[in-house]
Write a protein that binds this ligand. Structure first.
Ligand code: ARG
Length: 460
């Protein structure tokens, strides 16, 4: 008979049995469920709601079940519906009647809220650690490429020269914000819901603070209706994960482009590339493409969670069981992507020379020619127009801005002098952008130092 079977005259239809069971996926929460139940039982004992001896029996029984599950010796049953009732059934089978006291002053509604929060606290931390690992690789790589000049782009058209270090550190900043979002999400996940019962708390004099302390929660929830129907924390995580994926995906897109024959800025390590079954010459950036592709999965999970929760009346509704697969998939996907992307980046071969050549072409120093004139007193708008004419002239002549003579320069504006050539080398273009946040090696070194200090302080 079902744990809730008392008021039923008929047994559940086989179809429904299959349909509403969540054990196939919520089995993942077995450890949290057991630890939560042990804390609950200990508290029931301390508060005199069950005897201390009964509490001890329950705690020991649960410990045995945990060992059995981890030893692979437990078959969960669809009949027992979910992880909560599976473990309760196993407990009663193991220690007899006293096992039936565990569920005193508790509902699966506050229990599942507890389990998912405990699970998410661990996974947020795990995700943060993976993110920190990636950030460390970015910092190291940036440090090696402070002087590696490359073209910066807007509209994917060459714009102004930057350095690879600067480009990489842009991603560091994105992942830093992601880290802060996770940290913030952790704070709101770190709230203990047990004691909310099914929806309206309980008549038993529970010590909720004790349970929170025992399980390492920073606070207890303040409204029982909210505590059993809140999945904001799961949605927040999935939103933060979506942003991480979006950042990874942009990074991947660039690596895919950069490893094409058209760019040839980088080459992926063989260990992180794959071949073609028909074209023998191919070396494909599959890992980067897959990360880019998996971004869609995580966005999908976010949409699924938002949509499941939309319009649900208070408090618990069975719809909410649908939160888990989407959440678990988002956790698995973002973590797997971080795990794979990080060594791929670390082993990336950078072709400094090609990047440098790229930075020299495409008139990336045109702005600097205009700035040169502006510094000589020509109004910038006028200088812009002059350099536009110069570029047009160069295009017709098939030359770069460094390759035309001073006389030719002077035909466009008399303010040009011999020092123009030094002012517009790509090295000078980069070096002069030394204000905070700029690409000059000194400025980027500063930002790398800040980044390292920040990472040190925010280790979890
Ligand atoms: N398996 C359920 C879930 O994941 C646990 C809570 C069930 N509560 C209920 N009243 N049916 O949401």
């Amino acid at each position: 008979m079902k744990l809730w079977g008392g008021r039923f005259e008929k047994s559940t239809d086989r179809l429904v049995e299959d349909f509403h069971s969540s054990i196939s996926f919520d089995r993942r929460l077995y450890r949290q469920d057991i630890r939560g139940s042990q804390a609950h039982a200990r508290m029931l004992g301390e508060c005199g709601i069950i005897s201390l001896e009964e509490a001890e029996q329950i705690i020991a029984g649960l410990e045995g079940i945990l060992a059995d599950i981890e030893g692979g010796g437990v078959q969960f049953s669809v009949d027992a519906e979910d992880i909560h009732m599976n473990i309760e059934t196993l407990l009663t089978r193991r220690i007899g009647e006293v096992g039936k006291k565990l569920h005193t002053a508790r509902s699966r509604n506050d229990q599942v809220a507890l389990d998912v929060r405990m699970y998410m606290k661990e996974e947020i931390r795990a995700t943060q650690r993976l993110l920190a690992g990636l950030q460390r690789v970015i910092l190291d790589l940036a440090e090696q490429h402070l002087d590696t000049i490359m073209p910066g782009y807007t509209h994917l058209q060459k714009a102004q020269p930057v350095t690879l270090a600067h480009h990489l550190m842009a991603y560091f900043q994105m992942f830093r914000r992601d880290m802060e979002r996770l940290q913030d999400c952790f704070r709101r996940t770190d709230v203990m819901p047990l004691g909310s019962g099914a929806l309206a708390g309980t008549t038993f004099p529970l010590d909720r603070e004790m349970v929170a302390r025992e399980l390492g929660f920073a606070a207890i929830s303040e409204n029982s209706l909210d505590a059993v129907s809140d999945r904001d924390f799961a949605i927040e995580f999935t939103a933060a994960a979506s942003l991480i994926m979006m950042h990874l995906s942009r990074f991947c897109e660039e690596l895919v482009l950069w490893s094409s024959d058209e760019f040839r800025f980088v080459e992926m390590d063989d260990a992180f590339s794959t071949g073609s079954s028909i074209m023998p010459q191919k070396k494909n950036p599959d890992v980067a493409e897959l990360v880019r592709g998996k971004t869609g999965r995580v966005y999908g999970s976010l949409m699924a969670l938002l949509t499941v929760m939309k319009s649900l009346p208070l408090a618990y509704n069975k719809d909410m069981q649908e939160d888990k697969e989407a959440l678990f998939d988002a956790v698995d996907t973002v973590q797997k992507c971080l795990v794979t992307f990080t060594p791929m980046l670390k082993t990336l071969r950078v072709k400094n020379e090609v990047m440098y050549r790229g930075a020299k072409g495409g008139f990336t120093n045109a702005t600097d020619v205009a700035d040169y004139l502006a510094k000589k007193g020509v109004p910038f708008r006028e200088a812009h127009a002059v350099v536009g004419q110069l570029v047009l002239y160069c295009l017709k002549e098939g030359k770069d801005l460094q390759e035309i003579s001073l006389d030719q320069y002077r035909q466009f504006a008399p303010a040009f002098e011999e020092d123009v050539f030094r002012a517009i080398s790509v090295e000078a273009c980069v070096a002069r952008r030394s204000l905070p946040g700029g690409p000059a090696p000194d400025a980027v070194r500063q930002s790398i130092n800040h980044g390292r200090a920040w990472l040190e302080k925010n280790t979890v």
